[in-house]
Each structure stands twice: as C-alpha cells, then as structure tokens.
Design a protein around this ligand. Structure first.
Ligand code: FAD
Length: 388
C-alpha cells in the first residue's frame, strides 16, 4: 500500500453523513462550468443580501471552515487532535479596507495566538498581511514609492500592528506564519518578515515567512535569506508553498508587459519546490520549515529526505501542513506514521470567508475532465464501507 493510500485511516473520523456531504460537494465543484456559475451567484447573492448563508454554512463552509469564531471551531480542533493533527487557526476574513477593520483583525489574530499558547492542540498561529493593512499601501512600499503623510502614518500603524503580533507570538512561545500574497505586494511583506525574524528568531525560529516556489526568483532568494541569517545570527522560519495566485500573476505581467515573475510550466514549479525542501533539510540547523502542500510527490519526497538525513519523523523543525477539508489522505496517513502534521483551520463570519471558499472551489475544479483526487478517494471509501 502506498504512503497515503489507507482510506480507513484517512476517513477514520468521518461519518457516512460527512462522506456524503463531501461527495456531493466535490462532485459539484469538480465541474468547471458549475464552479463558474456558483462563484458568480455567490458574489451576487452576498452583494444584494440574499439569505443564502444557511445553505453555504451547511455545505462548502462546513467542508472547509472550522466555524464562525474560535469557540465554534473547538470541535474541529478536538477532532483533528484525536488523529494526531495540530490545528492552525486562520482568521480568514478578507477584503477589509478601513483602519478600524485592520485593528479589529489584529486583535483577533492576537486572540488566536493567546488561544494557541494555552493548548497543545494548536501548535502554530498565522496571519495574512492584507488583513491588517491596505493592499495599495503594500504595493507602494514594494515599489519604494514616495508616500503622502497619511500613507506614512498608515505605514507606521501597519508596522506597529505586525510588531505587536510578532512580539505576542514570541513572548507566548507560539511560532507564527506570515502568509505570502501577490508578487507586487510581496517585497514589502518579505522586508518586514525578515526584520521580524532578525528581531525575534535569535534562539530559534518563532517567525516564519512564506516562500512561493512558482516564482522564478525564490531559490536565489532562499539562499540570500540563509546568508543574511548566518551573517546576522538569527534562525530562519519558512513556510514553503507553490503559490495561490498563478493566474493573476500571468495576467498582470501580460497586461502591463513586464517579465513574468512566475514559472509558466508546472514542472518548473514542482522542481523548485522540491529543491527548496532539499535545501531546507540540508540546512536544518539554521532553517525550520513547513511543507504546506497537497502534492503527494512533494510530501513523499520530504519523508525520504527526513530518512536520508537520519532526522526524527517528529522533528519539530519540519512541519507538514494541509488545508482543512483537503488532502486528508496526506494529513491523516502521515500523522498515523508519526510525522509532525498540522492543518490550517480557517474561521470567520460566513460572508467574510467567501473569497477563501471561492479559491477552494477553483482549486478543486477538474482539469481536462479528470475526476479530482478528493472525489476519487471518497468514492473508494464509500465502496469500502459498503462492502464491510
Ligand atoms: C497550509 C497551506 C498554507 C498555504 N499558504 C499559502 C500562502 O501563504 N500563500 C499562497 O500564495 N498560497 C498558500 N497556499 C496555497 C498554495 O500556494 C497552493 O496554491 C496550493 O496548496 C496548491 O498547490 P500544491 O502544492 O498543494 O499542489 P499542486 O496541486 O501540485 O500544485 C498546484 C500549484 O502549482 C502551481 N502551478 C499551477 N499551474 C502552473 C503552471 N502552468 N506553471 C507553473 N506553476 C503552476 C500553482 O502554484 C498551483 O497553485 C497554502 C497552502 C497550504 C496547504
């Protein structure tokens, strides 16, 4: 049996009802045409205030989110922990634009850190920089453009919010991931993330930046970060992802006619992803990292690297992570084998997590009519249960 093939383990904590809901959902969002219509209707319904929250909450939201609040997510946290999987609470309200909203989101992120500090079931925290400052400001900072005095004040507020979040994580001993976003705002995020690592990672990695390996400059950047850490005596924390904005990156580069910052061939992204994992394991005394992927080959490759380098499967410097409701076959089977596994558990008001849900629907749409991986695993498990 392959590394991730034990469906009995994958679906151990899922009832028949859970399985049927997931089956129904992945069937629907597996069709590109249906996903397009669904996305459109979702956006319109929310905009004009149609009462569809109930339906969303019972279906797609239940599959991919923990609850509307930290408390409501507790059953999900407990469930995952029973299978040896840690939770990373991810406050997923998106599209906020006012300074009050940014402060509220910062306070909520701090709540997740406090909650994590009190529970071994929640080993990490995370936040998305655009939740606590304006996209436009990050874009200007990334381009090194002159700021108006209002923007200068906003920049100071942003720095003070990030500093407060990172300082809390450091003081409460909760490692913290900073999510990565579009390349045209990422330079500003990278700069501040590096500053925070420099400040708080003197003894070990508490602050983790995110590296998107679909970008064609990230292997060079990874080497630069290590050199900087060696020269300035701090530890590096990294979350490795392929990157969630591939379509937008290509579209913008074409439209504005600048060199495309991302790979155009999937195999180049895959190659860089595995190179990055290898580089991190080879430098494990300086780099702690999270392999945040649903890709079976990359996850299997990391288990081989761990074995080759004679590291402990449960080495706390090497974390695997998947999203709630996705690739349970990787998470549950690796957890059973003793690896250090976590899952992002998004939570927040239904209306505010819609952009997140739309990304999940798009990601699970089949390519060229192939049945998606989630669906074929669910079908196998339904058959297995029927034949018991
Ligand atoms: C725990 C966790 C945290 C995450 N955090 C972030 C984050 O902070 N920022 C972020 O951007 N994303 C984040 N992601 C999403 C991630 O970047 C991917 O979009 C998603 O996981 C799918 O990639 P994959 O490695 O799982 O697998 P795969 O299904 O093997 O790869 C799909 C990915 O390959 C890349 N790709 C697709 N087509 C091409 C092509 N033609 N040429 C080159 N590359 C291509 C894209 O990045 C695409 O998302 C996170 C994912 C997880 C599991």
């Amino acid at each position: 049996m392959g590394l991730f093939d034990d469906n009995k383990v994958t679906y151990a904590d899922k009832s028949d009802k859970d399985l049927n809901r997931a089956y129904f959902l992945f069937r629907i969002i597996g069709k590109p045409f249906v996903t397009k219509i669904f996305t459109f209707l979702l956006k319109v319904s929310i905009k004009i205030g149609l009462p569809i929250k109930g339906i969303i909450k019972a279906t797609i939201y239940k599959q991919f989110c923990g609850g509307t609040s930290i408390n409501e997510s507790q059953p999900t946290i407990d469930n995952l922990w029973q299978s040896g999987i840690g939770t990373i609470l991810n406050f997923s309200a998106e599209g906020k634009e006012s300074e009050e909203d940014f402060t509220r989101t910062k306070d909520e992120i701090i709540e997740t850190i406090i909650k994590a500090s009190k529970s071994e079931k929640i080993p990490f925290s995370v936040f998305k920089p655009t939740g606590i400052t304006a996209f436009g400001l990050l874009e200007k900072l990334s381009k090194n453009q002159a700021l108006s005095s209002k923007e200068q004040a906003e920049k100071e507020d942003f720095y003070s919010r990030i500093n407060e979040i990172c300082k809390t994580a450091f003081e409460l001993k909760v490692p913290l991931f900073i999510d990565a976003e579009e390349s045209w705002i990422q330079t500003a995020i990278d700069e501040i993330a590096r500053e925070m690592m420099h400040k708080f990672n003197k003894e070990k990695a508490w602050i983790f930046n995110t590296l998107q390996l679909y970008r064609n400059d990230r292997i060079t950047y990874l080497k630069e970060v290590l050199t900087d850490a060696e020269n300035n005596h701090y530890f590096v924390g990294l979350k490795l992802v392929r990157g969630a904005y591939h379509g937008q990156e290509i579209e913008r580069a074409n439209r504005l006619n600048y060199p495309c910052p991302v790979h155009r061939k999937k195999e180049d992204t895959d190659k860089d992803y595995n190179l990055a994992q290898k580089f991190c394991v080879e430098n494990i005394n300086r780099i702690s990292f999270c392999s945040a992927t649903h890709n079976e080959e990359s996850s299997a490759y990391l288990t081989e690297l761990i074995a080759q380098h004679k590291l402990d499967k449960n080495d706390k410097r090497i974390i695997f992570s998947q999203l709630l409701g996705m690739s349970d076959h990787i998470s549950y089977n690796l957890a059973r084998k003793g690896y250090y596994i976590t899952k992002y558990v998004p939570y927040g008001p239904v209306k505010d997590v819609i952009p997140y849900l739309i990304r999940r629907a798009a990601e699970n749409t089949s390519i060229a009519g192939q049945m998606n991986r989630e669906l074929s695993n669910i079908i196998k498990e339904k058959k297995r249960r029927k034949n018991i």
